[in-house]
Every structure is written in C-alpha cells, then in structure tokens.
Design a protein around this ligand. Structure first.
Ligand SMILES: [Zn+2]
Length: 100
C-alpha cells in the first residue's frame, strides 16, 4: 500500500514578484521491517512560478516517525533546510515575472 501526502511547506516572494513554492511529499510505501519500523521517502521540491526553475531534495528510506515528518514539514530536517536555503536564494535573485 502506498500513501502519499503532499503539502506546501513555505512560499517565498521573488524580487520579480513571482513565488518559489516549497512542497514536501512524503511517500509511505515501505513495509515495516521486523522491528516494526516504517520507512518513507521524503521529497522536498522548490519550484519557481516565475522562471520555472525547480530543485529536488530527495531523502529515500527515512524512518517514518512523527518527529521525522514534522521536521520535514517544518523544514528543520537537513533536506528541508537545504530546500529552504535554495528557495530563499532563488527568490532573492530571480527577476522573472510571474507567468500566466
Ligand atoms: Zn525563478
């Protein structure tokens, strides 16, 4: 069984007036091991709505625990932190106007 949850963790306004949307996808598709530990793939993606730049930060086979999930969602996990930094850096330099 696979259950995916995707949520927007943060949005950053770019200097061009677009946003960088930072989403977190948690895919729980690993069977619990003999110790009953669940595993998940946690993917952070930062996507700019101005220029279309995207960056993925993937963490495969992470222990699926409540603290791990909230660290991912609150961007305090290592990958969450890296994604946040990328999004902030991009927002500070991207001058593309919002598309559409
Ligand atoms: Zn951009």
């Amino acid at each position: 069984m696979s259950t995916d949850t995707t949520s927007v963790a943060a949005q950053y306004l770019t200097v061009g007036g677009a946003t960088v949307d930072l989403t977190v996808r948690i895919s729980h598709d690993h069977i619990a091991d003999e110790d009953g530990q669940n595993w998940a793939d946690i993917n952070h993606q930062a996507a700019c709505t101005g220029c279309g730049a995207k960056e993925d930060f993937e963490d495969f086979g992470t222990e699926d625990t409540e603290p791990a999930r909230s660290a991912a969602t609150n961007l305090t996990s290592p990958n969450g932190h890296a994604a946040k930094r990328w999004a902030q850096d991009h927002a500070a330099t991207c001058r593309a106007l919002p598309r559409g």
